[in-house]
Write a protein that binds this ligand. Structure first.
Ligand code: ADP
Ligand code: MG
Length: 336
């Protein structure tokens, strides 16, 4: 039997106030993070990835935000309604997060040592000497060789890649069970990006920390994730094993994302981008949210809202009517 997931998100709906109305930025998403896995969440900017991760950390700004519905079950306990005091025991200790731009998360006025020690002090009751030892251990864990030297430096003295390693060290300070990495490599150049991804894979294997890796790039997911969730306009449009989805994507949106991955198979092609943009929250009232941009659109797609349909592959689900038409005369086929 499968073990219980470490984290289960059930029918999560998060809205933001806009004028007198609340409009949903995340609209009924459900997924499991299994113990020890790396799960990818992919989608263009504005699809609700960061809102999902902030909700999972108890960090939705309220107002203007509000969790309207759903459950956030961590190790069997629903976190949705716990107090800020209880969140503080979980955040950083059990569930940690790293962000895209480490410069905004590190304080420019304090040394790396100061900030790393502070993070450890906040969550443990180690002595000063033990804290220093833990700092060096953590910096080594994230592949910073001259750990002693770095402790005395300020954030601006480090390269972007090194700063991100420091942020990962901070997030790992208390051996969290879950690490949420929100676009951790987006601000970095390609070589450094590959190194940080390799580091996350290594940490996952060494420490068994379960990781949610958020990115707009399916190429990043292909590097280190086992399963992937594709989000569009606040909903999951496809999910499943990375291998299945890369080999046989079913949703026209996923197919578009895959075509826009730079150089996935070593071929140099002109970079494709899906025409149009993600609709703003609340702007679509019926039909498929991707219809206006979809090259396979049917008249039905403007009228009815597709469900997440299970495909023949275990755990692979797709929110597209094309799937229901498979095998029938009406099927227009998915371009690949
Ligand atoms: P992603 O991370 O996928 O790029 P986000 O989760 O940041 O997207 O945002 C999804 C949508 O949620 C945005 O398009 C925006 O409309 C809304 N949103 C996010 N944060 C806020 C906020 N603080 N106030 C109002 N709206 C927000
Ligand atoms: Mg984001």
């Amino acid at each position: 039997m499968d073990k219980d997931p470490i984290l289960r998100i059930k029918d999560l709906k998060v809205s933001f106030q806009s004028g007198k109305k609340f409009v949903p930025a995340v609209d009924g998403i459900s997924f499991d993070l299994r113990d020890g896995e790396i799960l990818g969440i992919v989608g263009e900017s504005g699809s609700g990835k960061s809102v999902t991760s902030l909700a999972t950390m108890g960090l939705i700004p309220s107002p203007p935000g509000k969790i309207e519905n759903g459950e956030i079950i961590f190790e069997g306990r629903d976190l949705k309604n716990i107090s800020e005091k209880e969140w503080r025991k979980i955040r950083g200790n059990q569930i940690s997060m790293i962000f895209q731009e480490p410069m905004t998360s590190l304080n420019p006025l304090f040394t790396i040592g100061n900030q790393l020690m502070e993070a450890i002090k906040l969550h443990t009751d180690l002595t000063k000497i033990q804290i220093k030892q833990r700092c060096i251990e953590l910096l080594k864990l994230v592949g910073i060789p001259r750990a002693e030297g770095i402790l005395k430096e300020y954030p601006h003295q480090l390269s972007g890649g090194m700063r991100q390693r420091v942020m990962i060290a901070m997030a790992m300070a208390c051996n969290p069970k879950v690490l949420i990495a929100d676009e951790p490599t987006t601000a970095l150049d390609v070589t450094i990006q590959a190194q940080i991804l390799a580091l996350m894979k290594d940490l996952n294997q060494k420490t068994n920390t379960s990781i949610i890796l958020i990115t707009h790039d399916l190429g990043v997911v292909a590097e280190i994730c086992e399963r992937v969730i594709v989000m569009y306009s606040g909903q999951i449009v496809e999910q499943g094993d990375v291998r299945t989805i890369l080999k046989n994507p079913q949703h026209p949106y996923t197919i578009g994302l895959l075509k826009s991955v730079p150089d996935l198979r070593g071929k140099k092609e002109r970079l494709y981008s899906i025409p149009g943009t993600v609709p703003t929250p609340g702007s679509i009232h019926k039909g498929c949210r991707f219809a206006a941009r979809c090259s396979e659109v049917l008249s039905q797609c403007y009228e009815e809202t597709p469900q997440l349909y299970k495909t023949e592959k275990d755990g692979h689900e797709v929110r597209c009517f094309l799937h229901t038409l498979k095998g029938s005369d009406k099927h227009v086929g998915v371009t690949s």
